[in-house]
Design a binder for this molecule. Sequence first.
Ligand code: MG
Length: 119
Amino acid sequence: VTDLEELRDRMQRFTTERDWERFHDPKSLVLALVGEVGELSELLQWLPADQVVDLANSEPLRSRLGEELADVLLYLLRLADVLNIHLGDAARQKMLRSEERFPADQVRSVAPLKFEPYT
Ligand SMILES: [Mg+2]
C-alpha cells in the first residue's frame, strides 16, 4: 500500500464514520479543493516572488503552507476516490507522457510556454 492509498483509505474511513458521504459529490469536492487552493494562494499572494522560498523555510509560514498543502492533497485524493480514479496510476501515466513529450535533451532551459498548450 502506497502513502497515497493509505491516505485515500483514511479519508474514506473518516468520511464514512461521520456519515458525510452524502456531502462528497464530485461538484462539492471540487469546490472544496478550489477553496483550499485559494487558502494556499492567500498565504503567498503578496510576498515578493524572489523571497518566497526563503520565507517558506521559517515559521509560521512553513507550518501554514504545510497545512494548506495537506488540505489540497486530501480533497484531491477524496475527489479521485469518489470518481473511481486511482490517483497514483493517473499521475504515473501523466508523468510518462510528459517525459516522452518533453525530452530533456531537447527542452532543457526552455520555458514550457514556448511549446504548444500543455494539457
Ligand atoms: Mg485549509
